[in-house]
Design a binder for this molecule. Structure first.
Ligand SMILES: Nc1nc2c(ncn2[C@@H]2O[C@H](COP(=O)(O)OP(=O)(O)O)[C@@H](O)[C@H]2O)c(=O)[nH]1
Ligand SMILES: [Mg+2]
Ligand SMILES: [Zn+2]
Length: 324
């Protein structure tokens, strides 16, 4: 931390690559088949003091590789298409922490059982993703545990989100069901994977790529919350042009900065109705002649989606109370 920012003493050719892991001072940059340990220009930190990490996993960078020791020096960060971030905790509280940049899709994993399906949690993730311009998808895992009793809820969840335009996949990581489709869906993309602890994220990734050897099962939910696994997020290469990054426990990403007024816009099923409400500032909660509530009553919008909307609205009002 106290050492002077490194300067460009390297002499090799300029290359382009993607940052696959970051420890804060060193970055692994993948260039073709090579992984090049690299440092960055000090000015990136100076010009971007509002974020904890000026370079994040997923960033595309230009670097120069020193002939002498084959380490890299990052000279340029390319413009991002999007990023997933959350607010930093601890000494950097309030700053933005970028979890991963240039995400093609974030996949939310839900388990049929252990832990139970949780549409409320899922909707929060979908809002966070939409607010950060990251397309989302749903993976329903542990289908091997599905019983006759689970079937209606699982089908309902599958259809509900497929109807909203999200890709929905059903898998069993342990029985290796649905993995070919998952591989196809991941192909050629930078994928983030998220969802509640225990849903099977790490097991799924190991099933796709056994060499990853990610720890599974044994992580207690408290440790997972306590350690900022996300600070050391790592982009795993699954094939030449497919990557995945595990972003566990990022419940709050993106949602907190949504203005309550804009919330309905992040629900593709609610947003078509908002202009038909009687009051232009309708929050689709208690107001009369609300077109959203009418759509729920007609069955055109799933009641649970409206409940999720109201629950998120409530949490935003609590957090943003001074302004709203
Ligand atoms: N029956 C069943 N168990 C699974 C499946 N996927 C994961 N598990 C188990 O669920 C537990 C949690 O898995 P893990 O991958 O660590 O979940 P994570 O917290 O989401 O990364 C482990 O004991 C896994 O063996 C599955 O498809 N079917
Ligand atoms: Mg895990
Ligand atoms: Zn309304």
């Amino acid at each position: 931390m106290t050492s002077p920012p490194p300067t460009d003493t390297s002499d090799g050719p300029l290359l382009e690559g993607v940052v696959t892991s970051s420890t804060g001072s060193w970055y692994d940059v993948q260039v073709g088949d090579r992984t090049i340990p690299s440092r960055m220009r000090g000015k990136f930190r100076l010009t971007r003091q509002d974020v904890t990490n000026p370079i994040a996993v997923g960033d595309r960078v230009t670097l120069r590789v020193a002939d002498e020791d084959q380490t890299g020096f990052i000279t340029d960060i390319h413009e991002r298409t999007n990023k997933l971030s959350r607010r930093a905790a601890g000494p950097r509280e309030g700053q933005e922490h970028v979890l991963v940049a240039n995400v093609d899709r974030i996949w939310s994993v839900q388990a049929v059982r252990r832990p139970a399906l949780n549409p409320r949690f899922l909707d929060r993730l979908l809002v966070g993703a939409a607010a950060q311009d990251v397309p989302a998808g749903l993976i329903i895992n542990k289908i091997d545990l599905m019983t006759q009793d689970d079937l209606p809820d699982v089908m309902d969840l599958h259809l509900r989100y497929a109807d909203l335009g999200y890709p929905v996949l059903a898998t069993s990581a342990t029985e290796e069901l649905g993995l070919d489709r998952l591989r196809d869906a991941f192909d050629g993309q930078v994928n983030a994977i998220t969802g509640p602890s225990g849903a099977g994220k790490s097991t799924l990734l190991n099933a796709l790529e056994p060499d990853l050897e990610l720890r599974t099962g044994s992580v207690s939910s408290t440790t997972e919350k306590g350690t900022h696994t996300t600070t050391h997020a790592e982009l795993h290469a699954l094939s030449d042009d497919s990557y995945v990054v595990d972003t566990p426990g990022v419940r709050e990403f993106g949602v907190r900065d949504v203005h309550p007024k804009d919330l309905a816009h992040y629900f593709p099923d609610l947003s078509p109705y908002v202009n038909a409400c009687q009051f232009p500032d309708c929050t689709h909660d208690h107001e009369p002649n609300c077109a959203v509530k009418a759509a729920v009553e007609r069955g055109d919008v799933h009641a649970e989606r409206h409940e999720s909307y109201l629950a998120i609205l409530e949490s935003l009002r609590e957090e943003q109370a001074p302004e709203y």
